[in-house]
Design a protein around this ligand. Structure first.
Ligand code: NDP
Length: 296
């Protein structure tokens, strides 16, 4: 079997176009422009690249982008004061604090100071609780992107066996909650899981979110399974720098029914879902119907 490639780049472009259409409608019919504020503390090079591309895409879909770049030595008090200001600014519908934060800042405290209704990353403890209890919440962007691709490919996920490898708060745990919400039978695997190959071999859906280059070989994959590779790992091969996932793509593609590549799979969906979440937050804040197909 040769797997169908799930093209995350094309799908993300489609999601962004949907968001842009809805934003244009909101402006025309309601005179509202959604606004996303991104806060970056310090000069981490990878974070700077992410923030720049988030800002660019926010503007491309017609939203307002507000970037706040703070010094690496910024005090917790000053950061919390900025978040309070953004929480109370009606032009700002989404707030994202770029992680990781410099060591002297308490990430949990900072994230939990964001108004949950504006928490477009979905990391606030209230949103985690709402998702865990099947209530309307803001859903973390990467798992939401994975769910959208799975729904698009399969239609219903009901009754499928899903294995999520990784139990982080950012990817693994919310991914498992979303799959459970769509009535999959879910197993969460991690570094202490026994017989991981056998656990993975049972799965109709495998989501790998580990951070170990090409850890999952093709012979762990059940014939015809759908493989979603969240991993982004930089390696050197044949003297060149390369991006690879957590799944060994070549061997997995020989057994899977469908698979996401790295790059060009889950990665582009993450920013598309951030824009979708900002639109959703804006609609909710204004008592308008939520955009269809862009939420969990
Ligand atoms: P974390 O490091 O927070 O979590 C990794 C998880 O993998 C942990 O739960 C860990 O288990 C588990 N793990 C580690 N080693 C093994 C092993 N040998 N067998 C089974 N499980 C193992 O990573 P994140 O969840 O933040 O990210 C995972 C990957 O996804 C990374 O490559 C990251 O770059 C990528 N990523 C991609 C995004 C995108 O937009 N595409 C967005 C976010 C992340 P334990 O808990 O027991 O330690």
């Amino acid at each position: 079997m040769v797997a169908q490639v799930i093209d995350g780049k094309a799908f993300a472009a489609k999601v962004r176009a949907q968001v842009a259409d809805q934003v244009a409608k909101l402006k025309e019919e309601n005179g509202i422009t959604p606004g996303l504020a991104v806060v970056l503390v310090g000069e981490d090079p990878a974070s700077q690249v992410y923030v720049r591309s988030k800002g660019k895409m926010t503007v491309e879909v017609g939203m307002n982008s507000y970037e706040h770049k703070l010094d690496a030595e910024t005090s917790e008090e000053d950061l919390l004061a900025l978040i309070d200001k953004l929480n109370n600014d009606p032009a700002v519908h989404g707030i994202l604090v770029q992680l990781p934060l410099p060591k002297h800042l308490n990430e949990d405290l900072v994230i939990n100071s964001i108004d949950p209704a504006k928490d477009v990353d979905g990391f606030h403890i209230s949103n985690v609780g709402l998702l865990g209890t099947g209530q309307k919440s803001m859903v973390p962007c990467t798992p939401l992107g994975c769910l959208m691709m799975l729904r698009d490919y399969h239609g219903s996920l009901s009754g499928m066996d899903a294995v999520v490898i990784g139990r982080s708060n950012i990817v693994g745990k919310p991914m498992a909650q979303l799959l459970l919400g769509d009535s999959c039978t879910v197993t969460i695997a991690h570094s202490r899981t026994k017989n991981l190959p056998d656990v993975v071999r049972r799965a109709d859906i495998v989501v790998a979110a580990v951070g170990r280059p090409e850890m999952v070989p093709g012979d762990w994959i059940k014939e015809g399974a759908t493989v979603i590779d969240v991993g982004i790992n930089r390696i050197e091969r044949d003297g060149k720098n390369k991006l690879v996932g957590d799944v060994d793509y070549a061997s997995a593609a020989e057994r899977a029914g469908a698979i996401t590549p790295v790059p060009g799979g889950v990665g582009p969906m993450t920013i598309a879902c951030l824009l979708a979440n900002t639109l959703t937050a804006c609609c909710r804040a204004n008592g308008l119907p939520e955009p269809e197909g862009l939420t969990a």
